[in-house]
Design a protein around this ligand. Structure first.
Ligand code: IPE
Ligand code: IPE
Ligand code: MG
Ligand code: MG
Ligand code: MG
Length: 331
């Protein structure tokens, strides 16, 4: 732990203390670094516009046809009921980091959040993780019923691609956005298979299996977010590669922290049930490496993310700060 703390002493950022600390440990991390809500403070304007775009698209005619009002309500419940909005924020920040006009990436940002919301709704179903609490409220299948949760998830995935059609990016950029989101979804879905059906696609050892789960179920959409922002901003090859490497480290790290939260936090704090991974026999970082080993892995991945964006100019600095907040988050 001391070695880790030393590694995390870095000029310019103060001492970064990896979340989460165990109750009773003395000293607290800088509250501003640790609290994800500071993202909301720092990027309030972006988050306000993202929220408005989500509402606009949920309420709009993007899906055409005779959309059931009950279905639309279920979709709104899944999307508009809170959430950190990290993925759309990454789309926005990646676009800005390459010098783009972030306002133009809003449909792409919303599209990624729709896929994320769909993934959560299905993740919570009895056939998957069987959870009854999400974002501090009953999960969608508890609030409505299982059939509606399945169908609302399907519709959200469809709405994501409809949102990309509303983007005023060039035709070639829109094709690239569709390709990125398709790959992100496929990775996420495969990751869910690796997570919930161990042994179906065997790996030689648990460490490699764990990495494959995390980089897919969570990393793939985070990678898509950064790359979609980069595409909207007209990134060159070097910028796109840097953002991809950054997102790969952040995505992997984000799920490792999620696993820590499941072990160390309360449902009240994180808005979802805790202690579930071990109960379900899931392969997780804390399960495999212990809590301290997981923190060391989070620190390593954070370093990887920070190094990846070093080639970007100062406009990329916010991405470093959001990666640190993701490492330190407590919900
Ligand atoms: C939870 O994602 C599921 C994972 C992929 C780890 P978030 O922690 O981003 O959930 P919300 O959107 O803030 O609710
Ligand atoms: C889910 O991972 C990742 C998704 C693709 C939704 P988890 O099952 O760990 O996510 P939570 O903890 O329920 O949010
Ligand atoms: Mg799950
Ligand atoms: Mg789950
Ligand atoms: Mg989890």
């Amino acid at each position: 732990m001391e070695e880790l703390a030393r590694l995390l002493d870095r000029p310019g950022h103060g001492r970064i203390v990896l979340f989460p600390r165990r109750p009773g440990e003395h000293g607290r991390p800088n509250a501003k670094d640790r609290d994800i809500s500071t993202i909301s403070d720092n990027h309030k304007a972006a988050l306000t516009r993202i929220e408005a775009e989500l509402e606009r698209l949920i309420g709009g005619a993007g899906l055409g046809g005779d959309l059931s009002a009950g279905l639309r309500e279920a979709m709104a419940y899944a999307v508009l009921g809170g959430g950190k909005r990290l993925r759309p924020l990454l789309v926005w920040l990646a676009c800005e980091a390459v010098g783009g006009d972030a306002g133009k990436c809003l449909p792409a940002a919303a599209a990624v959040e729709f896929v994320h919301a769909f993934s959560l709704v299905h993740d919570d179903l009895p056939a998957m993780d069987d959870d009854d609490l999400r974002r501090g409220r009953p999960t969608l299948h508890v609030h409505t019923n299982e059939a509606m949760a399945i169908l609302a998830g399907d519709a959200l995935l469809n709405l994501a691609f409809a949102a990309l059609l509303e983007s005023d990016a060039s035709d070639s950029a829109r094709v690239a956005l569709v390709q990125e989101l398709t790959r992100g979804c496929a990775g996420m879905i495969s990751g869910q298979v690796y997570d919930t059906m161990p042994g179906l696609d065997p790996e030689p050892d648990d460490r490699r299996r764990l990495e494959r789960i995390h980089v897919n179920k969570t990393g793939a959409l985070i990678r898509a977010s950064a790359r979609m922002g980069a595409i909207c901003g007209g990134a060159n090859t070097e910028q796109l590669e840097a953002l991809t490497a950054y997102a790969d480290a952040v995505g992997h790290m984000f799920q490792a922290v999620d696993d820590l939260l499941d072990v160390e936090q309360s449902a009240e704090q994180i808005g979802k049930r805790t202690g579930k991974d071990a109960q379900a026999g899931k392969l997780t970082y804390p399960g495999l490496l212990g809590v301290d080993g997981t923190r060391a892995e989070v620190a390593r991945l954070l370093g990887e993310a920070e190094r990846a964006i070093a080639v970007l100019d100062e406009r990329g600095a916010t991405l470093g700060s959001i990666a640190r907040q993701m490492a330190l988050r407590d919900r």
